[in-house]
Design a protein around this ligand. Structure first.
Ligand code: IMP
Length: 183
């Protein structure tokens, strides 16, 4: 499919809009069951998790707070090195808070591993992770993810917040991006 906004060629749909909507609602009811009495802080990881986070919190039926963190991972355009720089830190003190990290996609798991270590050092009462997508076969830190939306094969995907070079975040479905080769 050609993306008319950019002229780039996209591959096939990996996760369709209705599947995303259904799964986000399911995650929302699971999280509601687990957190309804703990007034958690949801930490969204910019920019990729922005759209997932905004859909997810509207499925949560209890008092909560949100905060956002912006990070950049060093590496190539399609893989990370695990060396992470915080571009925007949280405004909220995590001490004694029940914290749920909301991530877009976990590939090697290196970014998530850095993030959880960093946030754990701030003494939260609990720390869990919700990831929309986990790539099968490559993720080394999958045991730290309590809520997983989808498992996909290890190819590069875009849409629904996910980008390549800042493009395609606005697409409603998740597509394979065939313009790059995985390595
Ligand atoms: P990891 O550290 O290898 O797990 O990579 C995680 C981060 O890399 C994610 O938070 C995304 O920002 C980015 N990323 C990994 N795979 C993809 C993908 O298929 N599409 C878009 N971004 C990705």
């Amino acid at each position: 499919m050609a993306d008319s906004k950019s002229g780039y060629e996209l591959g096939e749909v990996v996760i369709a809009e209705d599947a995303i909507e259904k799964r986000v609602a399911e995650l929302g009811s699971e999280i509601t069951t687990d957190y309804r009495d703990s007034a958690p802080l949801l930490v969204g990881v910019l920019k990729g998790a922005m759209i997932f986070m905004s859909d997810l919190i509207r499925e949560l039926d209890f008092p909560l707070e949100i905060d956002m963190m912006a990070i950049s991972s060093y590496g190539s355009s399609t893989s990370t090195s695990g060396v992470v720089r915080i571009l925007k830190d949280l405004d909220t003190d995590l001490t004694g808070r029940h914290v749920l990290i909301v991530e877009d996609i976990v590939d090697s798991g290196l970014t998530l591993s850095y993030l959880t270590r960093n946030l754990l050092s701030r003494n939260p009462a609990s720390l869990e992770v919700c990831a929309l997508i986990v790539k099968d076969g490559k993720s080394r830190h999958i045991d730290m993810i309590k809520y997983i939306g989808f498992h996909i094969p290890p190819s590069f995907v875009v849409g629904y917040g996910l980008d390549i070079g800042e493009r395609f975040r606005n697409l409603r479905q998740i597509y394979n991006y065939s313009g790059v080769t995985e390595h």
